[in-house]
Design a protein around this ligand. Structure first.
Ligand code: URA
Length: 239
């Protein structure tokens, strides 16, 4: 999906930000290669496709914690599995539980605006959550729920191999960094995640930004920090 300069400015405006820095045009890179893969029906899917399908099935049948009891469906993730940016939020909410896709509600709209402002279309990045099923009444996920989903998330990160993880909100930031510090103290620096030391930047959750729009400026600073670490969108993959 190509983003026009005008759209970019509109999204920045929606974020409450009127300043824009000139960046290289990424419109030619913003096609999700998987959506154009010419697979015929009787063709063996490539191994990467298989393992994602298996993971999707495992998660959809998962009964490891109580969250399975009230879910409409599990929500694994969406976007390019070749993405350089991986966005990790907390857990599906009501809209996500209904649609089976992360960040599709109001917070998701703002997340999309933030990504557009940074030069990405939604399909350019991979978006998922710490836990894959909706906690009732949108309560915080419990430690045991996070622990059960950790293996799924680990797989997702290892397979996508992003250059950058953007942890949105307290739950994602604290869980990924194994920290109890608030977002305000974790943001503003580049952390490393896992053995491969993937760069990780923390920012505010878009739901929080909807309640506290004055913090959008800081969120924009976080995105600029993330861009400074990793400035390309879709990377080359063998599988
Ligand atoms: N909030 C999240 O953290 N994740 C979603 O998918 C939706 C809202």
């Amino acid at each position: 999906m190509a983003i026009t300069e005008q759209q970019r400015r509109q999204y920045l405006h929606a974020m409450g930000i009127e300043v824009w820095q000139q960046r290289a045009d990424k419109s030619s890179e913003s096609v999700n290669p998987e959506s154009t893969l010419p697979l015929s029906v009787d063709e063996e899917p490539p191994p990467a496709e298989n393992r994602w399908r298996i993971l999707e099935q495992q998660v959809s049948r998962c009964q490891a914690c109580v969250l399975c009891e009230q879910r409409t469906q599990s929500v694994l993730g969406v976007g390019s599995r070749q993405a350089n940016w991986m966005i990790i939020g907390e857990a599906p909410g009501a809209d996500e539980d209904r649609q089976g896709e992360p960040f599709v509600g109001r917070a998701g709209q703002l997340l999309n605006a933030m990504l557009f402002a940074a030069g990405f279309a939604r399909p350019d990045v991979y978006i998922c959550n710490i836990v894959k099923c909706r906690p009732p009444q949108n309560r915080d996920p419990r430690a045991e729920e996070v622990a059960h989903c950790a293996t799924y998330l680990q797989q997702q990160i290892e397979w996508v191999q992003p250059e950058l993880i953007l942890a949105v909100g307290r739950i994602a930031a604290q869980q990924l960094l194994q920290s109890t510090e608030p977002v305000g103290r974790l943001r503003g620096k580049v952390h490393q995640w896992g053995e491969k030391e993937i760069s990780l930047v923390v920012t505010y959750h878009p739901a929080y930004l909807l309640r506290s729009p004055r913090e959008k400026r800081k969120a924009w600073d976080d995105l600029k920090l993330a861009l400074s670490v990793c400035s390309t969108t879709v990377k080359e993959h063998d599988d």
